[in-house]
Design a protein around this ligand. Structure first.
Ligand SMILES: Cc1cc2nc3c(=O)[nH]c(=O)nc-3n(C[C@H](O)[C@H](O)[C@H](O)COP(=O)(O)O)c2cc1C
Length: 420
């Protein structure tokens, strides 16, 4: 079976098999956004579950760039001991752990930030008053952010992670830079498709310069943002070629944003009829690059996974929701003891709520596992919506008073080259 085969990435890292747990924002950080024991327990569980690659939920480089309360934040070297324990717990049984690095940009609720930043001052269309209008980043702020991504990668290397994944999908900051809907600048960071990809490319280039081949560098990229006037498949393919030139080690394909949750299958008609949503696009990516490819979104059956691998569409099968409900599913698939994931898609029949449930219901399961309890397939839907809404969106006046915590980096050179 192809899913059992090892994969050697360009930097020399060997993944023991072709099954991966894609990123799952856990919201389980300890005080001050440091990695917690709950994360160690959760990842030890996944580490023993058979997947060859585990990618952490998004870890952010700035408190104002949190995607939700409870994100791990990498602000200084004090995160190192917790990161080390996290990496050790996850990799004890042979899985490789990648740290996903992110900044929410404008996709941050007022509960977290009243001063979001983005490439341009364009507010989210969905979510109404829950999201503030972002202010456009200055050139100096953009350079500082690149530096923070690199700092996070350096910490990950020092802590023993096998790789990092730069999150450039799902409408977060790097993805906002790529999309003409959210990047309306006309300077070195926007104005045409080449300048819109610069933020992502500078992060990748500066990270490679800092960590060399010690860390695998992966990127999660949208096939498109599925909005009129937005980031198109053609533009995405051009980004793929540019990433190929930078020499990344793994490319994960996904799609969508808060405004269009294509990553969860909502755009299935317009993508395709195969089990995984982005496989047709992956075939197009294949024509443009030899970088190992991971596709995430919709994979459930061993048959579809084998087919995608043997046809050459992908090299790694990514899954999130199935591995939250069944953390040891990969081991059973690899041993031939299961042929499919349990079919669990929590819904209440109202579009917006169903989108929310795809996160909040699963996050409650992550919280259970973090506390050492098993996932519960019949966990309440409505109660999950109430808990999730209160956690992520309930108004928090403290955010208006609180001064943002500054990053504590040693004085350093600017990793970004002169404007090009
Ligand atoms: C609870 C939850 C949290 C997620 N957090 C992240 C995240 O932090 N970063 C990311 O890139 N994707 C995140 N995703 C998206 C998944 O990585 C994946 O792209 C999506 O769930 C589709 O795959 P699936 O059909 O196998 O679940 C999350 C998904 C879920 C269910």
């Amino acid at each position: 079976m192809k899913i059992r085969e090892e994969l050697v990435l360009p930097n020399g890292l060997t993944l023991p098999n072709r099954l991966a747990k894609s990123a799952t924002s856990e919201a389980l950080a300890g005080p001050d956004g440091l990695p917690s024991e709950a994360l160690e327990r959760l990842y030890a569980r996944w580490g023993g579950g058979g997947a060859g690659l585990l990618i952490t939920g998004n870890v952010v480089v700035d408190p104002e760039g949190r995607t939700e309360p409870g994100n791990v934040m990498l602000m200084g070297r004090e995160a190192l001991p917790g990161l080390r324990r996290w990496a050790e717990a996850a990799q004890r049984d042979g899985a490789k752990l990648f740290l996903q690095i992110n900044h929410a940009g404008r996709q941050v609720s007022r509960r977290i930030s009243h001063r979001p930043v983005a490439p341009s001052a364009v507010r989210l269309k969905k979510g109404g008053v829950l999201f503030a209008t972002p202010s456009a980043l200055t050139d100096a702020e953009i350079r500082e952010l690149v530096r923070r991504y690199v700092f996070a990668a350096e910490l990950a290397a020092e802590a023993g992670f096998a790789g990092v994944q730069i999150h450039a999908a799902h409408g977060y900051l790097a993805s906002q830079f790529l999309s003409p809907l959210t990047n309306q600048r006309d300077d070195a960071w926007g104005g045409d498709a080449t300048r819109r990809m610069r933020f992502l490319l500078e992060i990748v280039r500066a990270t490679r310069a800092a960590v060399g081949d010690r860390l695998a560098i992966a990127v999660k990229l949208n096939s498109a943002d599925f909005q009129r006037g937005g980031f198109t498949e053609e533009e995405s393919l051009d980004v793929v070629e540019a990433l190929d030139r930078e020499g990344i080690d793994l490319l994960e394909i996904s799609g969508g944003s808060y405004e269009r949750s294509a990553m969860m299958g909502s755009e299935k008609k317009s993508t395709q009829a195969r089990e995984a949503y982005f496989l047709d696009f992956a075939d197009r990516v294949r024509e443009r690059t030899r970088v190992p490819l991971m596709v995430t979104g919709g994979f459930r059956s061993a048959g579809a996974m084998e087919e995608a691998l043997t046809s050459g569409s992908v090299d790694v099968i990514g899954m999130a929701r199935p591995l939250i409900v069944e953390p040891d599913l990969p081991a059973r698939l690899l041993a031939g003891r299961s042929t499919s994931a349990l079919s669990v898609t929590p819904r209440v029949g109202i579009g917006l709520f169903d989108d929310m449930l795809q996160i909040v219901w699963f996050q409650r399961q992550l919280r259970r596992m973090g506390a050492g309890q098993p996932p519960l397939p019949d966990l309440g839907r409505w109660s999950s919506l109430v808990v999730g809404f209160a956690r992520s969106y309930a108004f928090n006046p403290l955010t208006m008073l609180r001064r943002p915590v500054g990053l504590r980096l040693p004085a350093d050179v600017d990793p970004v080259g002169s404007a090009s």
